[in-house]
Design a protein around this ligand. Sequence first.
Ligand SMILES: [Zn+2]
Length: 263
Amino acid sequence: MHTEIVRGHCLICGTYGRLTWDHVPPQGSITITKVEQVHLTEVMGVDPVPVKGVKSPNGSKFKTICKACNSNHLGANDQEVARVYKELTSLVANHFAYASNHLDYVSLPFDAVRFCRAMIGHILSATSVDECKREPVETPYFTPLQNFVMGDNFAIGNTHDLYCWFYPHRHHLSAKMFAFKNRRNICTISVLSFFPLAFSITEKGKGIYPSGATKVELTDDRLYVNLSSGHFPYSGFPFTHLSDDQMILMSTAQAIVSYPIKE
Ligand SMILES: [Zn+2]
């Protein structure tokens, strides 16, 4: 995961040049600690070898985007992510400490465009540096996401749906792309989850999301998060119990779990 690379193709704008480190989850939204990173397939027991994580002294990070994208498109919007995570964390703490309101959800003000731009940008960056070694190609799934991150607010309106839901877990999960198959419905999904919120991108109209998720529209000015405990079992991965012919397909390098470890 941390193969040293200096130059490559930026995974947002495609420009070939010097690459910079991107923290995922973003700095400011979590306390950066020493973490161990593993591939999701290792945690799930797909690989027969014992899990040996990659240790990082200062959080989970990826050297896969250029400096301009890092600061103009992500850094400029990370403040909104940090504010939402901070405010939601205290709303969640209050909700469970006092349960004083009789609602099973909390809500907070939300700049959907800024929040989603940063989150989608981090999802695009959180992968193996091997992707930076290849010439960028246009794809129906990633090209609209890249254009949205670079400032086109209408780039994903016809191609993608966005969802958020309460994520009561300690580990961080990023998966740039995996496919979920449910009978005849095959859907490509991306997720970035860290306490207390999970965020997903799916192909438009496929309707794949965990119970209790809120659909995010880019015109939203409030974020609603359902906290009822009935949804907890579906909040992690893969959102649902797999049964019948349901299955999940993913590339090992694109699904990464990280968790805080002691010094
Ligand atoms: Zn770039």
